[in-house]
Design a protein around this ligand. Sequence first.
Ligand SMILES: Nc1ncnc2c1ncn2[C@@H]1O[C@H](COP(=O)(O)OP(=O)(O)OP(=O)(O)O)[C@@H](O)[C@H]1O
Ligand SMILES: [Mg+2]
Length: 361
Amino acid sequence: MNDHIQRPPAEVRYADELARLRESDDGDRPPGWALSMRAALRFVVGDEKLGISRKFVGDPSLIDRALVALATNRGLMLVGEPGTAKSLLSELLAAAVSGASTLTVQGGAATTEDQIKYSWNYALLVADGPSTRSLVPAPLLRGMAEGKVVRFEEITRCPLEVQDCLLSPLSDRVLAVPELTGPESMVFAKEGFTVIATANTRDRGVNEMSAALKRRFNFETVFPISDFDTELSLVEAEATALLRRSGVGAPPRRDVLEVLVTAFRELREGQTRRGDATDRLSGVMSTAEAVSVAHAVGLRGWFLRGEPGTAADLVSCLAGTAAKDNPEDLAKLRRYLERQANGRRGDQWQALYEARHLLPG
Ligand SMILES: Nc1ncnc2c1ncn2[C@@H]1O[C@H](COP(=O)(O)OP(=O)(O)OP(=O)(O)O)[C@@H](O)[C@H]1O
Ligand SMILES: [Mg+2]
């Protein structure tokens, strides 16, 4: 059945790894957890001996701290630049700790308390009045009742009043349903319930979040991948997997990916590998973006010409990602191709330079 799903949740994608970890898991588990903390760590950072793949690349001590935070009576807040795998990490942590990552609220300007806590089936509400039958639980209520991790994506994009509905679930571990009477009017959180929120530093900041709510979270910053080779291998592995799923018969070319990752890093940092200053783009040049451009480059080469994508495909794909609707970024990108791509060692740098006229405008 999963064959037709574009992206099954982590607990489905890695069901066999989770089963293997459960089998060999002899560590103590925090109350309500599906795995011990050590096994959860292995699930995220990988373990060659057990055949567990490395899913998040970065400082393993960040994962240690995140797991410890999840076992405390506070939530975990992952903050960082766009495209640094905050959402991926929250999904992996939820899958490891609860065996489920789908109790998720997607925050936005229009998010309401109903979408977070609970709402009603109006036909049943009119027929029966408020009852557990007419109650439609949303992720927060389900996570509390079932003792699971609730994910709150992009929490800072929600109105502040709406964010604050997490206060009593996080501090008193209880959610009131005032419409119901008797014991059902209070939902007490089972062991295992906690919240992982993510926030993007380019959106409205966490500064605006209420001090009361901030105190109920442990904050962890997720940084972009600092090492070139690590980033290159990640982009290669991810792009190869995406291309295979898209029906592309050839893996991406290593020399093209090298050019791609180098260009992304230089345009992100405003400095070339040799140390020369270059323009920094205002658009997002994250690893996640690099993966999606590498995917597009491979698709272009394969479906348009029947070969792996080249640096010329890269130029065509870059405009839509790097420059988006910002003409200044497009000009900076053009300058980069003219000044930085020319004369570098490697055929693909030359090809990149020669294809510069493919940039639109
Ligand atoms: N350190 C990393 N480890 C593993 N994958 C990474 C890493 N950094 C970036 N990626 C890539 O980025 C993708 C995840 O991006 P994700 O959407 O989780 O980022 P995000 O930080 O939530 O971004 P946004 O702020 O835009 O929501 C992964 O699927 C992977 O391809
Ligand atoms: Mg995200």
